[in-house]
Design a protein around this ligand. Structure first.
Ligand code: HEC
Length: 146
């Protein structure tokens, strides 16, 4: 009998538990954003590496398709997590650099493609440096400005 009532209490506690303490997500609803942003940003690195591979092996299709893919990535919603004029400008420069890599590959001009790739890499570094200088930190979940 004693055991039975303990069981009842235990079951009640277990059953009530989920409702009485709603899942506490410290990130709130914004918690979805970083999950989307980091993988998207990571994909850039994959594409950039693929371009380098294409350049070294003279695989123009690989260069062109990855440059195109990079440009398209920059138009996804997750890319525009920072809404400053400078970020918009950096993104535009980035797209132009992607374009230039793609066009050089389409023209089967390996040297121009290599130079365009260097310019593209500079875009990566410039934008990241802008983020750091202005302490715009997304991975740290500082979404106060959004
Ligand atoms: C217009 C701005 C911009 C450009 C250009 C840019 N990035 Fe980023 N990148 C970001 C932002 C914003 C983040 C997220 C920063 C954060 O989480 O604090 C990021 C993060 C990353 C990360 C880290 C992802 C993670 O795991 O957290 C990698 C890797 C990366 N970028 C690679 C690249 C590469 C490679 C290029 C060039 C081909 C590039 N980025 C160009 C804005 C840019």
């Amino acid at each position: 009998m004693y055991r039975a009532s303990i069981l009842v209490v235990l079951m009640t506690v277990l059953l009530v538990q989920p409702g009485s303490s709603p899942a506490q997500n410290p990130l709130g609803e914004d918690g979805v954003a970083p999950e989307n942003v980091a993988p998207l940003m990571r994909r850039k690195l994959d594409r950039a590496k693929n371009i380098l591979e294409g350049l070294t092996l003279e695989q123009f299709d690989k260069i062109a398709s990855n440059a195109r893919s990079l440009r398209l990535l920059s138009m996804e919603a997750g890319w525009n997590v920072v809404q400053t004029e400078e970020y918009r400008k950096q993104s535009e420069d980035f797209r132009r650099a992607c374009d230039s890599v793609e066009k050089s590959a389409d023209a089967k001009d390996i040297h121009r493609a290599a130079l365009a790739y260097v310019a593209l890499t500079v875009r990566c570094v410039e934008c990241h440096s802008y983020m750091r200088e202005n302490k715009i930190k997304l991975a740290g979940l500082d979404f106060k400005n959004h």
